[in-house]
Design a binder for this molecule. Sequence first.
Ligand code: ZN
Length: 79
Amino acid sequence: MTSHDTRKCTKCGAQTEWTLTSVEMTDEQSSVTVNGVPAMACPRCGEEYIPGLQAMSLSKAAEEIFSILRTTQPAEAVA
Ligand SMILES: [Zn+2]
């Protein structure tokens, strides 16, 4: 599985390692946090890289959740 190969950090050039991270996506009124997202993390500078396909599906899923939330407005908004 070539998908398990890690790439080099574009900031400092160190070899990244697979780790699990959490990603938070927000819109004007809501936020979605996904924990346990596989990402390549740089052991030297801490930069994290989420594979493109995953980043794409995460943001797609978040958009879907946000659009559902927007159609369900509470009768009286709780500030
Ligand atoms: Zn780095």
